[in-house]
Write a protein that binds this ligand. Structure first.
Ligand code: SAM
Length: 288
């Protein structure tokens, strides 16, 4: 990469609360030769708020293809371009991919300036597992396609995260309940803004809550647990099984005795010591 070529910066901006802008984002925006924005008016308001004067050009879904080439050309000539979207991280369900691609193909420098993004904020505050997740952007608007998309991720052992619009939320929740079964879920709305709300419940409860017309408002993220709530089995196990029965069953499934006992204790809501005491007593009784 030659030194006299420029750089494309991908600059994340707030998803509501202006305090979330980073110092680095402000510096990069102030120093850029060109700020490429999804909506120039909206970005100018943000820049003015921070006292930044910049040359802005539009880069949105309708001119992305041509603009990507033009911007890459500018960078090749040595200019610095900062790309922003209306909110959050450019490229995350917002234009960005094409100009990044154009730069990568020309071997130009691409530098992320990370910051807010709505799905990460929702996922991390959801209380659902964050070790593995699937981010699906917006679910399709039509029910048939939406159900197909949900069916395609039903078996994933990952927390599911989607963007949703207020008028489709109730339908999405109802379809999710039908396709994925009853699961824990979270609707996060208006994150970082004055009316921020993080609503937790089962899919059926949230579907009911948002069923009335107009019940969902603002910007929304839907987060869904990776597995169904299996009450039937859990309750049945608690009521009917002895520790010995469960350990025998889990050993037959391939666990060694220690792991089988641990799992039986967990399913019965016992400490491991208590489960071991019961196991010994049940086995000695059965020998009599
Ligand atoms: N680039 C953005 C990002 O990094 O999150 C996403 C842009 S996408 C076009 C807009 C969608 O993101 C909204 O419809 C909503 O689902 C979600 N979103 C954006 N801001 C949000 C907020 N403050 N609270 C909840 N969801 C938000």
């Amino acid at each position: 990469m030659s030194q006299d070529r420029g750089t494309l910066y991908l600059v994340a901006t707030p998803i509501g609360n202006l305090e979330d802008v980073t110092r680095r984002a402000l510096r990069v925006l102030a120093e850029a030769d060109v700020v490429a924005c999804e909506d120039t008016r909206r970005t100018r308001t943000l820049l003015e708020h921070f006292g930044i004067r910049a040359r802005t050009v539009s880069y949105h879904e309708h001119n992305e293809r041509e603009r990507a080439t033009e911007l890459a050309q500018l960078i090749e000539e040595g200019r610095t371009v900062a790309l922003v979207s209306d909110a959050g991280t450019p490229g995350v369900n917002d234009p960005g991919y094409r100009v990044v691609r154009a730069c990568v193909e020309r071997n130009l420098r691409v530098v992320p300036v990370p910051g807010p993004t709505a799905f990460v904020a929702a996922l991390t505050a959801s209380g659902l597992p964050t070790d593995e997740f699937y981010f699906g952007g917006f679910l399709p608007a039509k029910s048939h396609a939406r159900r197909e998309r949900l069916a395609a991720v039903r078996q994933l052992r990952a927390t599911l995260v989607f963007y949703e619009t207020p008028h489709r939320l109730a339908h999405a929740l109802a379809d999710a309940l039908e396709v994925l079964g009853e699961r824990e879920a979270v609707v996060a709305r208006e994150l970082t803004k004055m009316h921020e709300e993080i609503m937790r419940g089962r899919l059926s409860e949230l579907a009911e809550r948002f069923r009335p017309e107009g019940a969902a408002r603002g910007e929304l993220v839907l987060v869904i647990d990776r597995e169904e709530i299996d009450e039937g089995v859990a309750e049945g196990t608690r009521a009917a099984s002895s520790v010995a029965d469960l350990v025998t069953r889990f050993e037959a499934e391939g666990l060694d005795q220690r792991a089988a006992l641990k799992r039986a204790a967990r399913e019965l809501g016992l400490t491991r010591d208590e489960a071991y005491r019961r196991l010994t007593s049940e086995r000695s009784r059965s020998k009599v």
